[in-house]
Structure formats: C-alpha cells, structure tokens
Design a protein around this ligand. Structure first.
Ligand SMILES: [Zn+2]
Length: 167
C-alpha cells in the first residue's frame, strides 16, 4: 500500500469518485473508483481506457452548437496530436494567435473553430457527410461557451451520462 506523497498519510478504502478530467476540467468523469488520503484528502484514482474517453469527448465537442472555449480548442488540438506550433504551421495562424484563443484572451474565430472540428471529424469515419455539412453551417456562430459534460464508464467504454452537472 503506497502512502500519500503530499503528507505521508494512508489512503482509505476504494470508493466511487467523480473527478474533473485534467485535460478538460469542464468534463466530469464518473463510474471510476479512487482512494482518499486520511491525512490531507488527496484523491488517488486512475481513469481506465483514457483513449476511448478522449475519443468520445472529442466526438461530443465537435457537435456542440456554441463556439469552442479555449480549453476545448486546446483539447481537440492535442487530440489531433498537434503542438501549438504544428497548428500554426499547418493552418497558417501564428503560434501567438493559437495561444491567445486557447487561453481565452480572444475567442477562436468561427472559421478556425470549424476547421479544427473538421480536422477532428476527418480522423473518424463519417457515416453521413450531408448531415455533417448541414451541421457545419449552423455551429460556432455564438460566443465561446464550454460544454459541461459528465462521462460515465460502462464496462470498458465511456459514454455521456444521462444528465450533465449544472454550471
Ligand atoms: Zn495526504
């Protein structure tokens, strides 16, 4: 049994936990178990099948009607496996510009938003191109607003929980 690295305390028994996803804290991850340090409350947990979780979250983000938030744009950019510099080089933005929208200093443009989502979609088989074309016409018009998501582990795969948390 390992001890807490912060305070040296002992971890309690395994219990169900809900935690924000480190890569995108507006996503709550549930259906997993963790252990709490009796000393400082530090929570130790593992997220199984992270690859599937990221893929499902990316698939939900590309469909949201509102403009991507900075953190969501960063999540999708990393999901593509691109650095900020890669994004700048490949899409023709400056690295500073990419950094500004990812840090919410300026909203991502409608064009950049749609381009990013289309690149993510291109990595997954698209079963209905007409539906995607229609969706492209209607998304990303509004100001950036993060999509609160609650993801739950079912067996080995991740799915969106029936209701998302408020805020
Ligand atoms: Zn501790």
């Amino acid at each position: 049994m390992s001890r807490c690295r912060r305070c040296g305390g002992e971890y309690g028994p395994s219990e169900p936990v809900t935690v924000p996803l480190r890569a995108l804290p507006t996503v709550q991850v549930s259906g997993i178990s963790g252990q709490k340090c009796a000393g400082c409350g530090d929570l130790k947990y593992a997220v199984p099948n992270m690859e599937d979780l990221f893929r499902v979250v990316a698939g939900l983000l590309v469909q949201k009607p509102e403009r991507l938030s900075g953190a969501e744009a960063r999540f999708l950019r990393k999901w593509l496996g691109w650095s900020g510099q890669d994004t700048a080089d490949r899409l023709g933005f400056t690295p500073e510009h990419v950094s500004r929208w990812e840090n919410d200093r300026v909203p991502i443009s409608e064009t950049a938003d749609k381009l990013l989502r289309s690149l993510v979609m291109a990595r997954e088989p698209i079963d209905d191109y007409a539906a995607w074309d229609a969706r492209l016409a209607s998304i990303a018009k509004s100001d950036p607003e993060p999509l609160p998501l609650r993801m739950v582990l079912k067996g080995r795969t991740w799915a969106r929980a029936a209701s998302a948390p408020e805020g």
